[in-house]
Ligand binder design. Sequence first.
Ligand SMILES: CN1C=C[C@@](O)(C#Cc2ccnc(-n3nc(C(N)=O)c4cc(F)ccc43)c2)C1=O
Length: 345
Amino acid sequence: ESISDKLSMEEFLVDALKGSVILGEPRNLACLAKTWKGGGLSPKGMDGNEGVLLIEKLKAVDYEYREGVHWTKCPGLLGTGSFGEVYKMEDKQTGFQCAAKKVRIENFRAEELMACTGGVHAKVLPLYGAVKEGLWITLFMKLMEGGSLGQLLKQRGYLPEDRALDYLGQALEGLEYLHAHSILHGDVKADNILLSGDRSHAVLCDFGHAAHLHLDGMGKHLMTGDYVPGTETHLAPEVVMGKRCDSKADVWSSCCMMLHLLNGCHPWTQYYNHPLCLKIAKEPPPLREIPPSCHPATAHLIKAGLEKDPTQRASAAELRVKACEALEKVGGLKSPWRGEYRQPR
Ligand SMILES: CN1C=C[C@@](O)(C#Cc2ccnc(-n3nc(C(N)=O)c4cc(F)ccc43)c2)C1=O
């Protein structure tokens, strides 16, 4: 079909979807989500209820899926993501439990959904659906019983080198997949890595800062439009300088996360006061924060990921290979889980 046919097909789809909650597919959700950005109110005004659920266990009733009616929030906050709080929820009909992030419509970015409707990957948190109710968008996703790596780090102080290398390697697998689909995560950090119940598996989450990278690889000016940068201590030099950015910005952030895992504190914060942006732009990369006890292979991979010039910086794929090699050289995954608390360095 021609482009115009495709567009009209999409418009037709969106028209059919407006005002209803259906069990559908990721591409249906992607079309509908684009109409939410402007905060445009649905025909039913403030109380409109529309969306797409992607799994059978979340059941809309008569094309509606409303909080307190068809699903309920379980007590207690799981965490706070970009622009929204995350709760455990339960579907009233099926009893199925998952996680839900609520975002005010004015803070909603369709990119948050585009990033996770593009496809499924073992290292990316699965999306279960998204529903607009009045001025709120609720994003449903798989529940990760192990909580976030940020929470684990708070409990442990800092992680042993082998554990840090294993989690970094898993995060880089997820980034490799996103980057292959021209998606920049935009906020790679321990809080946005979620763990399975036994803490052996890690997935990337929170695409609230995601951006679609141009296919020409020319990089994208992030500091424009509705883009909100990620966590300051993890921002790459090219981001703070407002230059064109590409997937290498996530690689820098992943190595800032690695320093956080190994030290128990964010990089730069032990040496400089806020605003850190100027230091990140001007100072050499924070290589002095690599613990001296690290294996040379670990130090080498952090250096490769903290090159200030993004063209000289390793890619996620290259860095993942280095992380796997370093993990082998330190003897593989051996540290016990019940290890003692380690006072942050
Ligand atoms: C697929 N998808 C849809 C929305 C999304 O952009 C997000 C997110 C997000 C942000 C912060 N935190 C959590 N968060 N989720 C869980 C969970 N699923 O169990 C969780 C559990 C915690 F203990 C702490 C924070 C948590 C999830 C996204 O990625």
